[in-house]
Design a protein around this ligand. Structure first.
Ligand code: GLP
Length: 241
């Protein structure tokens, strides 16, 4: 694992955007795996700046998002579909047909998940997967447990995850209890993984995934066995390690 320390969130976001921009510039059809949550918002902002100021071209970029809340319409302000449009897709020259997010309103979960995995495979897998991390070590919405799922699947969110994500909703009751998430296989098959973490509340989990044992109780610890992982952290976390 390669660890990069940024002095603050702004620098972390710039470094992450530069790595993604490099991928976009050097591949003819870059396939990006994208994440939501508050952590990558600054990175998306920087990518929009690079598009506006340096003509970073998204026309050949194809994207697969990690996850989506189950039961939320894509127009719901807290859906990840809405998040991606607001923070990135509406602000760059990406072809929306090349953006993929699990359909949270699907009536056939099994088919939705199978089709999502098949499409990623068909495109040749993900070149660069961007990840945030939950305080319990989840990536995407792969929650800790005795077993981890390999493919895209429907997941019951942990009470702590619901609590953590309730800050974006008017009340905790409004947070969906389930989500559709890419499994660990699609993430681990990505050619390169870029994980971002900043702030006090992520220091313990980052220390666990870097130095701890690989365990299904800390889903992100599996990244230790991937050959091309870069983790960008801020000084606050680095001082704790
Ligand atoms: C959600 C997302 C994850 C994200 C996590 C952390 O649960 N499904 O992909 O990494 O939140 O979010 P934040 O970056 O806001 O701490």
């Amino acid at each position: 694992m390669k660890i990069i320390v940024a002095k603050d969130y702004e620098e972390l976001s710039k470094k992450a955007a530069d790595i993604i921009a490099q991928e976009i510039k050097t591949k003819s059809n870059p396939i990006l795996g994208l994440a939501t949550g508050s952590t990558p918002i600054g990175t998306y902002k920087e990518l929009v700046n690079l598009h506006r100021e340096e003509d970073l071209d998204f026309s050949k970029v194809e994207t697969f998002n990690l996850d989506e809340y189950y039961g939320l319409d894509s127009t719901h302000e807290q859906s990840y579909s809405y998040f991606m449009k607001k923070n990135l897709f509406n602000n760059v020259n990406i072809n929306m047909n090349n953006t993929h997010i699990p359909n949270g309103l699907t009536e056939d979960i099994e088919k939705e998940c199978k089709d999502y995995d098949a499409l990623i495979e068909k495109k040749g897998g993900i070149d660069l997967q961007l990840l945030g991390i939950g305080v319990n070590g989840h990536i995407g919405f792969n929650e800790p447990g005795e077993e981890l799922s390999t493919g895209t699947h429907l997941v019951d969110l942990e009470t702590n995850t619901i609590k953590a994500n309730s800050r974006f909703f008017d009340s905790i009751e409004e947070v969906p209890k389930k989500a559709i998430t890419m499994g660990l296989a699609s993430i681990m098959k990505s050619k390169r993984i870029l994980l971002l973490a900043n702030g006090e509340n992520k220091k313990e989990i980052i220390s666990k995934i870097i130095d701890g044992k690989v365990s299904t109780n800390v889903p992100a610890s599996i990244l230790q066995v991937h050959s091309n992982v870069t983790i960008i952290i801020d000084k606050e976390i680095a001082e704790y390690l």
